[in-house]
Design a protein around this ligand. Structure first.
Ligand code: F6P
Length: 499
């Protein structure tokens, strides 16, 4: 493998696939897969010529497509192959709705209210043993088959918290594979993992240690991972090179801030549908537009965002009728109780604030639920203030998309606990996500900021995003993997480079 060019065939493993199927009037149609990660990983297409993307079959139509393809990979547009794996629906429910979301997601974003939750009962243990474990095994077996089909020497790129146990499956069956695991959400400090019984957390972390590189979006997350290995597994680590010794192997923790495909996003945003949506927003907007675009995820801190807006209107009555808050929210994980309750709380709070401050001509908050990409892109163009106030966030691509498309010198108000803050924090208004008054003040400061300063900040953000684009994200990882491969017999720690 030479730098930036994987001579090994690539096997991508991610829960969601690059395509999904839907039944339309009895016909099966292939659609582009949903979600930020899928969008980002589509950048791997160019590397998948001899490779394959392994993912879960998530709908009935997906499962029917798997049955028709006889469990073999099928070609999709763009000339690469996808191997969907049909999974037992009950096992998948336990895996997704009990273990991956919420347990792992909540631990890794520090979301648990520990005096109340989580309860680890027989239900959770069963969900782990008869959900997370078998789903990881099934996906791992499918991925290992693809590695074997490619001659055993593939580069396996596993993604996210769904598949912490896939690495060992690959390592066991395909010892010559190069295994890389990218975790797109925060890795918390070691004690956060003590919520899980010792045997369970050990199994998850040891699963990751079957890989050659474990990757994150920020150095802090990589550091937390190495500390976790030292404190919870008592392993020998090197905090300078961020490596962990596991028997006769060395595992490297690395960080690579993910990005967006700027050219692709700009092309998508150039369509007529986006122009139409923009005109609608323009016609309905007030003097100032505050925007947020999010999945209804607890980590996104949507309630405190609205509370801060309420505070802004209390503090600045002169803004009444002159500012509106557009919230484009995509319902997420509605098979998980906490997420269902969260959506209800969002709706209630918005109704309260609109009742308190609104009048027949002006509703301060426009809450729009759904998945409307053209509208989101139009709103990105139109915002004066983009609010990204996540409690914790691995990266947050909304911030990157917004600054690239905005046309009004909009100001980014950004939580210091997002991965993207490392790149854009210097040009944004930084907020502490729990400080509601500070968020209200930042919204005001953004609105009141002179146009010149707004322009300078926006241009600087957009330049960072263009400079650190998706191609660079991939290239740096492949370079590091080439170094790992070259030093396989004796890993040269100093040469495993960070970006
Ligand atoms: O990395 C976080 C992630 O898994 C991304 O793929 C995506 O943005 C989000 O969470 C979607 O979650 P889900 O697949 O549960 O809808």
């Amino acid at each position: 493998m030479s730098e930036g060019d994987p001579a090994r065939p690539v096997v991508v493993v991610a829960h969601r696939g690059p395509v999904s199927f839907v039944d339309v009037d009895g016909d099966r149609e292939m659609r582009r897969g949903a979600g930020g990660l899928v969008t980002a990983l589509r950048g791997l297409r160019g590397y998948l010529e001899d490779g394959v993307w392994v993912c879960a079959a998530l709908s009935d139509a997906d499962r029917a497509a798997v049955a028709d393809s006889g469990d073999k990979p099928f070609e999709v547009d763009g000339g690469y192959r996808v191997r969907m794996v049909a999974l037992d629906p009950d096992e998948h429910h336990r895996f997704y709705a009990i273990i991956a979301n919420p347990i792992l997601w909540f631990i890794q974003h520090y979301l648990w209210d520990l005096s109340n939750a989580p309860d680890i009962t027989g239900n959770e243990i069963e969900a782990f043993e008869h959900g997370y474990v078998p789903i990881n095994r099934a996906i791992g077996e499918a991925a290992a088959e693809e590695v074997e089909r490619a001659g055993g020497r593939a580069l396996v790129m596993i993604h996210d918290y769904h598949f912490y146990l896939v690495g060992p499956e690959i390592r066991r069956r395909c010892p010559d594979a190069l295994v890389h695991h990218f975790i797109h959400i925060p890795w918390p400090q070691p004690d956060a993992w003590r919520v899980l019984p010792g045997w369970m957390r050990r199994r998850l972390i040891e699963g990751l240690l079957a890989c050659d590189i474990v990757a994150f979006h920020t150095e802090r997350f990589a550091r937390n991972f190495v500390l976790t290995c030292r404190e919870l597994l008592d392993l020998r680590v090197d905090m300078d090179s961020l490596t962990v010794d596991v028997g006769d192997r060395t595992v490297a923790a690395r960080w690579y801030p993910i990005s967006i495909d700027a050219a692709d996003l700009e092309e998508q945003a150039s369509g007529q549908e986006v122009d139409l949506e923009e005109r609608r927003i323009e016609n309905g907007r007030r003097e100032f537009l505050i925007l947020r675009v999010d999945r209804t995820d607890l980590s996104k801190n949507i309630l405190r965002g609205f509370k801060a807006f309420d505070q802004l209107l209390d503090d600045h009555p002169e803004l009444s009728g002159r500012v509106s808050f557009l919230a484009l929210l995509q319902p997420s994980r509605q098979d998980v109780d906490e997420y269902v309750e969260y959506v209800e709380r969002i709706r209630r709070l918005v109704a309260d604030i609109n009742l308190k401050h609104g009048n027949p001509e002006w509703q301060p908050i426009s809450l729009q639920m759904g998945d409307a990409l053209p509208r989101a892109m139009a709103a990105y163009r139109q915002y004066d203030v983009l609010v990204v106030n996540s409690v914790f966030d691995g990266m947050n691509l909304v911030a990157k998309e917004g600054v690239l498309l905005n046309r009004r010198n909009g100001v980014l108000v950004l939580s210091e606990h997002t991965g993207v803050h490392e790149e854009l924090g210097a040009f944004a208004l930084t907020v502490h996500p729990f400080d509601i008054q500070a968020l209200a003040d930042a919204m005001y400061a953004a609105i009141a900021m002179p146009q010149d300063e707004r322009r300078t900040r926006l241009n600087a953000c957009a330049a960072v995003v263009r400079g650190n684009d998706l191609a660079k994200w991939l290239r740096v990882q492949l370079d590091d993997l080439a170094v790992v491969e070259a030093g396989r017999a004796e890993l040269n720690r100093s040469e495993v480079r960070s970006p």
